[in-house]
Design a protein around this ligand. Sequence first.
Ligand code: IPE
Ligand code: IPE
Ligand code: MG
Length: 255
Amino acid sequence: MTITSSTMDQALPRHVGIIMDGNGRWAERQGKPRVWGHKKGVDAVRRAVSFCRRLNIPSLTLFAFSSENWRRPEDEVSSLMELFMFVLQKEIKLLHKNQVRLNIIGDLSRFSTKLQAKIAEAEALTAGNTGLTLNVAANYGGRWDIAQAAQQLATQVAAGTLRAEDINEQLLASHIQMHDQPELDLMIRTGGDIRISNFLLWQAAYAELLFIDTLWPDFDDQVFADAIASFVSRERRFGCTGAQIRELAAATGQG
Ligand code: IPE
Ligand code: IPE
Ligand code: MG
């Protein structure tokens, strides 16, 4: 099946988030070290980025390393850091050529200064691209995200430029990561577990959730297309009744 934006109408998600889980098990099943799975996971990342470009999905957010992943054995953590650095250097030119804007979200202060510099360089190079915003969550945690937004507001209150009583959802949202991008529509987790693991907590409030058994290195166009098809088939009600939603769709000529 060839997938193009015209085959799937305008109900496509505008922002997809993926918890790329299952690399370690994929490798272990083949009797290989876990890091082999992480390396193969990079191919799946490439496929997912290309898929989103072809479907004109504006934002893709990939969970690459959580704030809890530091708890892993030291050698796995350092292999992941090296891989991150290597992939960043190797892929950035092609991403740039394909009009991808790279945006790393997370607390970067814990990374080496060398990696931080590479990240800044890659972001600066691709800052003007308008094809796809690829957000890579690294040392990211949904709770960290909400806390850093709260801290920004608290700083303004302390400076006397904001009144505490003026803080509302909208204002807090404007300090959460990716506030300038479309709302998260679809969150996919591969690897068979049914949990969010501190990924996009604020942003997931009304996202459609999809948990699939496929291990991340096996994630391909067909699996992604099936995920999109599942999303497209769902009725999102946002607190309304189904009848209201169908009425609205009829009035706007959709659905
Ligand atoms: C996800 O795969 C990648 C990272 C967390 C970096 P895992 O490494 O968690 O793979 P499993 O869940 O152990 O199979
Ligand atoms: C979530 O996967 C983090 C990433 C995919 C980067 P984990 O494998 O770390 O999640 P848990 O620990 O099983 O919940
Ligand atoms: Mg895992």
